[in-house]
Design a protein around this ligand. Structure first.
Ligand code: GUN
Ligand code: ZN
Length: 441
């Protein structure tokens, strides 16, 4: 076995995908003094230090993270990079929020320079929050996605993104014809899908900004590129749902609009899914489609409470999304803390173990990437985060009073944020470390 990098420390992951949350405990893998060996960007050995030490040639450099917690890189299953600069926009619910804040902000991405600048900022935000993979919305402009993919290749990140497709109910400068949308998306897929660790997501914004002619072009792309993703929004807000019923009177439900165009399936990810009818749940299950649960966004826009229990009951794969900029943070720890509160309001107790599963291996499964990322399994890609579990006086005090690992994890998702991210590794390399000043503080 050859390896290039050795990392020693306190590791936590979930060893296998599960169908019920009760099964998680038996797959929880905590190695308080562990060793991870990497051959460039691939995990080649993982286990207790005591067993692994003998594999190391004399004098081999080991990076030892003491008093830290090392977890798989976080997976953000729904986020809009062009909305970074409008995060925290006051006062509106979904449809007015789109009109007043989102569309004007997204119009700026016609400019290549702006796209470059915001892509760099966005990727830095992901990494400084320990997020190593994301499923990302661009804007309608191909150059928005071009900029993001170009910069992600420099990091060799596992990223999925796509240009928005929309041809109605938005300002003129953000609209395109169905044919133009098809052509530009096709060019981007041919250029980027499968390059290094990148994948393309065909991205109709949502049903209300799509004519039947646009959806037909989406279907055509889907058939031509069956291993590309399909990424859109579904059933987020009551006014939105009523509008979809008006616009598509022949569809049985909101999801049926997408389903009729063949847009459900293994590689389809639907953000939100807050107000689904029973037959929509069944359709998601039968088509093996996946959901992105976005707690901070759902609370911020007052959209509703996602029913996590139902997703388990219906066996629908699920990831966690920040949905920036309706979501209020890039940070997955904070997002999990809010997911817990969404559960509390419905008498569902989200355990730390389940929360971390959704943000890592479960999210990978929702994106059909669980053979590549999501835990420290041998053969997987080396994307992980070194967390410092106690950085503020309050966290230190609380940490001293938490004994079990699950309690430490739960406190991290309650009190934690980007200050807790000590190192982020992508493809076996450190791609983020706090500045010395932050580290010392
Ligand atoms: N539905 C359609 N577009 C959007 C968007 O940009 N953000 C959210 N949260 N929902 C949407
Ligand atoms: Zn969204």
């Amino acid at each position: 076995m050859s390896f290039t990098t050795a990392v020693r420390g306190n590791f936590f992951d979930i060893a296998a995908c599960v169908d019920q949350p009760q099964q998680l405990e038996q797959h929880l893998r905590h190695i308080p003094d562990g060793l991870l060996l990497l051959d460039e960007g691939t995990i080649v050995w993982f286990g207790p230090w005591q067993q692994g030490e003998a594999l190391l040639p004399p004098g081999f450099e080991v990076t030892h993270y003491q008093d830290k917690l090392i977890v798989p890189g976080f997976i953000d299953s729904h986020i809009h990079y062009p909305q970074t600069e409008m995060i925290g926009a006051y006062g509106d619910r979904l449809l007015a929020w789109l009109k007043h804040y989102t569309f004007p902000t997204e119009s700026q991405f016609c400019c290549e320079q702006h796209s470059d600048k915001m892509s760099a900022f966005f990727l830095q935000q992901l990494l400084s929050n320990g997020t190593t993979t994301a499923l990302v919305f661009g804007t309608v402009h191909p150059q928005s996605v071009e900029a993001l993919f170009s910069q992600a290749t420099a990091l060799n990140m596992r990223l999925i993104a796509g240009k928005v497709m929309m041809d109605r109910h938005a300002p003129d400068e953000l609209l395109e014809t169905p044919e133009q949308s098809y052509r530009q998306t096709r060019e981007l897929i041919e250029r980027w899908h499968g390059k290094q660790r990148l994948s393309y997501a065909i991205t109709p914004r949502f049903a209300p900004t799509s004519t039947p002619a646009l959806l037909a072009q989406v279907q055509r792309l889907r058939e031509e590129f069956p291993d590309a993703y399909l990424h859109t929004h579904l059933s987020e807000n009551q006014e939105e749902i009523a509008w979809v019923k008006e616009l598509f009177p022949d569809s049985r439900s909101y999801l049926d609009v997408y389903h009729q165009y063949g847009l459900t399936g293994e590689r389809s990810v639907f953000a939100h899914c807050l107000h689904l009818e029973e037959q929509e749940w069944d359709c998601l299950c039968q088509t093996r489609s996946a959901i992105a649960f976005c707690p901070t966004s759902n609370l911020f826009l007052g959209s509703g409470l996602f029913n996590l229990q139902k997703a388990w009951q219906k066996q629908v794969r699920l990831g966690i999304g920040t949905d920036v900029g309706a979501g209020t943070t890039f940070n997955m720890l904070q997002t999990l803390g809010e997911a817990y509160k969404v559960g509390q309001l419905q008498r569902y107790q989200l355990s730390a173990c389940e929360a971390f599963y959704h943000a890592t291996l479960g999210g990978a499964r929702a994106l059909s990437l669980d053979d590549k990322i999501g835990n420290f399994g041998v053969g997987k890609e080396a994307d992980f985060v070194v967390l410092d579990p106690a950085v503020s006086p309050l966290q230190k005090l609380r940490h001293e009073n938490s004994h079990a690992l699950t309690e430490q994890l739960f406190v991290l998702m309650t009190l934690g944020d980007d200050r807790n991210v000590y190192r982020t590794y992508v493809d076996g390399k450190v791609v983020y470390r706090p500045t010395t000043q932050q580290e010392a503080a």
